[in-house]
Design a protein around this ligand. Structure first.
Ligand code: SR1
Length: 325
């Protein structure tokens, strides 16, 4: 194994084993997150073992056990459900393994939380919705409780609704499975058939937004609906920017940057350094109008045109090499 010159132990010798245990492995966000984590791991000489989740809580628990048995020095737990993970996460901590959580609350003060400032993300998306639609409209809302980022975004949705009684939530739907966009599309059709007067949909996950867009286009009501979301990918940029697209704004980080930050956070812990209890990557509002005006077609274009999108100062140290985005 290649050591990293000038790095603290054990990175000076190389070959540090870290596990990335995911809950959701499909979809653009999670693929880009993993690619960013792998790039940062390579730059640090980390031997990163990826355990792909299949939206299966029991399998994810089992994978954390496998990582413990493998003798890893760090584990990144990426999403999942608190109740099914907190005891096995504690088992890893008790075994002396450094653990970082991305978007899952493991109720453990030894485990730093990486997040995208979900409260700010939801606030920026909903401010844009209010700016464009006023404070009275019939809304659809896509939400699945139990996922930390969605729960944090939901808290803001509830506050905004309370502050604006003219916003009527006509229907709520959502699912996290292995075909999220297709399933949400089917649910959206049923919701719109029962509530044809919905004009705004808050869908704070790009797989949700993609499903809603597909459904309203198939129903022929895309010109009467506006979708506000979270997340972005090159495929999303094309969907948002397309002629007549109802998907008008999203608030997002670059998921590859979040993956890199997660690896840096666990590397700091392994080196005996403190990444902080909350490791936050700030999101950016991206509108359909801006994508069209600036001719942004890909994530690389976004990195170039919005510099704050393509990098984060979270969990950095002079000995940690930056990675190409
Ligand atoms: C089911 S949770 C989905 C969210 O996780 C990440 O935070 C992404 O932003 C995505 O929206």
């Amino acid at each position: 194994a290649e050591g990293l010159a000038g790095a603290p132990a054990p990175f000076d010798k190389g070959g540090v084993k870290v596990a990335l245990v995911t809950y959701i492995s499909g979809g653009d966000f999670f693929q880009a997150y993993q690619a960013g984590a792998e790039a940062q791991a390579r730059a640090l000489g980390i031997d990163l073992r990826v355990f792909p989740g299949r939206q299966d809580a029991a399998e994810q628990r089992d994978q954390i056990d496998q990582a413990i048995s493998l003798g890893v020095e760090g584990i990144i737990i990426d999403h999942g459900l608190t109740e099914s993970l907190k005891d096995v996460a504690q088992k890893a901590v008790d075994a002396g393994i450094k653990v970082v959580a991305f978007d899952v609350n493991l109720e453990n003060e030894k485990i730093p939380q990486v997040e995208q400032s979900d409260a700010l993300l939801a606030k920026l998306a909903l401010e844009k919705a209010l700016e464009e639609n006023g404070t009275s409209f019939n809304a659809g809302y896509v939400y699945v409780p139990g996922f930390a980022p969605l729960d944090r975004r939901n808290a803001v949705w509830e506050e905004v609704r309370k502050a604006n009684p003219g916003i009527v939530e006509k229907a709520r739907w959502g699912v996290v499975n292995d075909t999220i966009a297709a399933s949400v599309s089917d649910q959206t059709k049923a919701a719109f058939q029962a509530n044809p007067d919905i004009s705004v949909v808050f869908a704070p996950f790009d797989e949700f937004a993609r499903g809603v867009k597909l459904a309203v286009e198939e129903l022929g009501v895309a010109d009467k609906v506006k979708i506000y979301s979270a997340d972005i990918s090159t495929a999303d940029i094309q969907e948002i920017g397309a002629e007549g697209s109802p998907w008008v704004a999203t608030v997002a980080t670059n998921p590859a940057v979040v993956g890199a930050v997660s690896v840096r956070a666990v590397a700091l812990l392994i080196a005996g350094q403190d990444p902080g209890r909350q490791v936050v990557v700030e999101p950016t509002l991206v509108t359909q109008a801006e994508l069209r005006e600036k001719g942004i077609k890909t994530i690389e274009d976004l990195n170039a045109k919005l510099p704050q999108f393509g990098e984060s100062a979270a969990a950095t140290a002079p000995w940690i090499p930056a990675t190409a985005r």
